[in-house]
Design a protein around this ligand. Structure first.
Ligand code: ADP
Ligand code: ZN
Length: 295
């Protein structure tokens, strides 16, 4: 029997399914339009492709509290039309186990089960793309809480050269997402991030912010590995610079071999590449089916 997954993103939705042997047999991408038409299109995909479980890894904020009346909703998103969308309601009549978590927790789970985080109990997966968010897997469980972590909005110290910049986050002037997301880079320089690939100033500043976020994650959660994905990480300089600056900013305080001598194996790219999210979403559904709820 096949297991299905949905990676629900702000710009596109990926639907796919796999089985015990093949993690991803098919995937298809649908542009994120208005909720009703888009989710009905997703639903049609699963009418054609029958699955025994379905996992949904969604952009947020979402309600993950199973006791809440709005469990399974996208709640207060600024994305037009999507506020208060009951995502799970589109799939309940399939009468199969439905897993539900954040997009980044989904991708984190994918990497923990099948990718760079295999065998570890404490892993952080960050996506640096249109938005920024980190999935957090601690002591063998995906971290939820009052709602769920919103690490993209951790506050950072602005660089001296960047004091007059005001990024795209409507809530904060110095959060990680407003300073380091793809749209932030584009707003600062007036050019798409991918086109600035060999501009040293851009990647120096970008890694200054990403390294601050790495330091915050390391000192707060003590992860065994940090995996960084998303479009911005496709730049070939940013990972190396982020590793170097993370070490510099930690300044020798965490005396672990992994950080002092093997940071190249400590802050890494996703092994599942751009499929971490959909593979993790499929896994969320499988876990629900097998009652291995780790959220
Ligand atoms: P999303 O976050 O919407 O799911 P992505 O993870 O692909 O999508 O991130 C998209 C962002 O990544 C865009 O802001 C884009 O400018 C940026 N991006 C894409 N490719 C590159 C690249 N090679 N270098 C730097 N930034 C990139
Ligand atoms: Zn913010």
């Amino acid at each position: 029997m096949y297991h299905g997954g949905i990676e629900l993103g702000g710009t596109k939705i990926i639907c796919g399914y796999g089985d015990e042997e093949r993690l991803l047999i098919d995937k298809t991408s649908i542009p994120t339009g208005k909720p009703e038409e888009t989710l009905n299109e997703v639903r049609t995909y699963f009418n054609r492709n029958k699955v025994s479980s379905l996992g949904i890894a969604s952009f947020g904020p979402i309600d993950l509290n199973r006791k809440s009346e709005t469990y399974g909703y996208i709640t207060t998103t600024p994305k037009p039309y999507w506020e208060n969308t009951d995502v799970l309601s589109y799939f309940r009549d399939l009468m199969i186990p439905l897993g539900f978590d954040t997009d980044v927790n989904g991708a984190c789970l994918g990497e923990v089960e099948y990718g760079a985080g295999r065998g570890l109990s404490n892993v952080i997966y960050g996506t640096i793309g249109t938005g920024i968010g980190f999935g957090i897997y601690l002591n063998g469980r995906l971290l939820h809480g009052l709602s769920h972590p919103e690490t993209g909005h951790m506050l950072l110290q602005k660089h001296e050269s960047d004091k007059d910049f005001h990024g795209p986050c409507p809530y904060h002037d110095n959060c990680l997402e407003t300073l380091a997301s793809g749209p932030s880079i584009e707003k600062r320089y007036g050019t798409k991030a991918e086109e600035l690939y060999d501009n040293e100033t851009v990647w120096d500043l970008e890694s200054y912010y990403l390294a601050q976020a790495m330091v915050n994650c390391i000192v707060m959660y003590s992860p065994e590995k940090i995996i960084l994905g998303g479009g911005v990480m496709h730049n070939r300089k940013v990972l190396e610079l982020t590793r170097t600056k993370t070490k510099e900013m930690l300044n020798g305080y965490i005396r672990k071999d992994e950080i002092l001598n093997h940071i190249d194996d400590y802050i890494v790219l996703p092994e599942l590449k751009d499929d971490a999210g959909i593979i993790g979403a499929i896994e969320l559904g499988k876990m629900e089916e097998e009652n291995r709820c780790i959220g």
